[in-house]
Design a protein around this ligand. Sequence first.
Ligand code: C5P
Length: 309
Amino acid sequence: MTTSTTAREVRVRAPGKINLALAVGRRQDDGYHPLATVFQAVSAYEEVTAREAETTSLSVSGEQADLVPTDASNLALRAAHLLAEATGVDPGVHLHLDKGVPVAGGMAGGSADAAAALLACDALWGTGLSREQLHELAAELGSDVPFALLGQTAVGRGRGDLLTPALSRGEYHWALGLRTSGLSTPQVFGAFDELIGGSEEDPEPDRALLQALSAGDPVALGQALTNDLQAAALELAPQLAETLAVAEDAGALGVVVSGSGPTVAALARSGQHSLAIAAAMTASGVADGVRTVSGPVTGARLVTRTAAR
Ligand code: C5P
């Protein structure tokens, strides 16, 4: 048995997410929008390795590694610095990100990196923060970071960071249509302000969708998928309409743009059916890449810890 103080290398895995429902209210004075969203963590993972080092540095691997910023703006580096600052430790660490979540796709891959980096550095440095303390730091880093820590299924209020776990039965299978024309989250919220504006009322999580999840009913879930940002994402990236249409024609139980896009998530009847929807999207050339995933899955978890020799 090793202790966190003798660990030299810690590896943590954190999942990406799909917003099954995303209700957006009117922009507040602080620039953020009140949300009521239902998150599902899915089986596309970021793996972050934190290794003891004199200084702080970062490397990235995975299919879309070249799209990831490696400067101080990287959310995993910011997470390491924030934890060091909050706990008064020396921030030296080498972080390696192995990207399994589509980059800039609306699936919170960067947020998963941040959540994984917090957990990995906490174990490496032996700072021993509670889940609540980690959650607080996570919320400072970004609205989607707390959910990457928690995982499974949850309702997100506020900026999306005030989480309540939600009951979900069964396993859901998805085909994802990826687009490389990344949509930036602030840009999509900006288009939402212009096109829709949102209600003054606090947005509410979709009841039919929560019922479908607790009943384990994929047909009802497919019908209840909603996203208030979808019209804004389609305005900025009209080609997404074709991706949605092809997935629907392939028999998807429901289709939705995930978060601020551009990833399109299509709910399938089974794992086999998700492969068929993905194949249809590839064959019709309406996606730059496809993936199949399932959910819900657990949040950020320690995978391995290697002790000093
Ligand atoms: O919190 P995070 O850094 O992930 O948010 C990125 C951007 O998305 C914000 O700067 C803001 O423009 C937009 N946003 C928003 N309302 C939210 C969450 C994010 O307007 N609830």
